[in-house]
Design a protein around this ligand. Structure first.
Ligand code: ATP
Length: 238
């Protein structure tokens, strides 16, 4: 399986606060890779560092063999990296449909926009019934769906998903994870998933990494990670 995203020696800091201390990781093409870790380990910062969003970085990051660590956030989005940030990044005063349209800014052409919108409504039918509704009035689950839908409008090759389960009821989370699996399988979109709920993440992911205080301390197939004693004790509550 070839690497879609390859990170080597990635450092990140917010001013004087150093958060990532040289991490290496790979997201294989077509796969779901999970990034696990406790609060404050640096998971959100890793996603921000990949798209050079709100954090200073050094180190090498490449997408399909092409370096992106010298590109702007906007260029990285145009090259096919869709970021669903923590807090979801929804424009609360705009409607659902306007938010989806904004997601297409990362594409080179507007062609096929109506079809893409239909495809997204196919995954998330509730968004169609909320098309004209102000995004700020959507439920938490609907807002998460909208955030994923908006990223998909950019036709990404790689989706960076930050805590999609955050603050949502278990049944909604189950639905959203099932749809993420379909998106991965049907659209061939690779996913790097940050998730505090390790059990859920390991069910969806093919491979996973464990981050502790800004360093990768473990990596492997999800099956191996599930069998690892330290992971079981600290992250699976077993
Ligand atoms: P959580 O699940 O709690 O979000 P995380 O693993 O995603 O944890 P990060 O959000 O990446 O962790 O935070 C890592 C460290 O970076 C924390 O100590 C946090 O306080 C710090 N940090 C995050 N954002 C900023 C910022 N904008 N300015 C300064 N420090 C920050």
């Amino acid at each position: 399986m070839s690497a879609l995203l390859e990170i080597q020696g990635l450092h990140a800091h917010y001013g004087a606060i150093k958060v990532l201390h040289g991490i290496d990781l790979v997201v294989p093409e077509g796969q779901v890779t999970a990034l696990l870790g406790a609060n404050g380990a640096g998971k959100t910062t890793t996603l921000r560092a990949i798209c050079r969003f709100m954090v200073q970085t050094s180190g090498s990051v490449s997408l399909a063999g092409q370096p992106i660590d010298n590109r702007s956030t906007e260029q990285i989005a145009k090259l096919g990296v869709g970021h669903v940030p923590d807090g979801r990044g929804t424009f609360m005063g705009l409607s659902t449909e306007e938010n989806l349209r904004l997601g297409s800014y990362a594409r080179s052409s507007r062609e096929g926009m109506a079809e893409d919108m239909e495809r997204i409504y196919g995954y998330f039918p509730v968004l169609r019934s909320r098309a004209g509704q102000q995004a700020g009035t959507l439920s938490g689950g609907e807002q998460q769906m909208l955030a994923i839908g908006r990223a998909l409008m950019g036709r990404p090759r790689l989706l960076l998903l930050d805590e999609p389960s955050f603050g949502l009821a278990p049944l909604i989370v189950k639905d959203i994870f099932a749809i993420m699996r379909r998106i991965n399988q049907e659209e061939k979109v690779s996913i790097l998933l940050v998730e505090q709920n390790a059990k859920l993440a390991l069910e969806l992911a093919d491979t996973a990494y464990l981050l502790e205080t800004g360093r990768v301390v473990l990596g492997g197939s999800s099956a191996d990670m599930r069998r690892n004693d330290a992971v079981r004790r600290a992250y699976l509550g077993e």
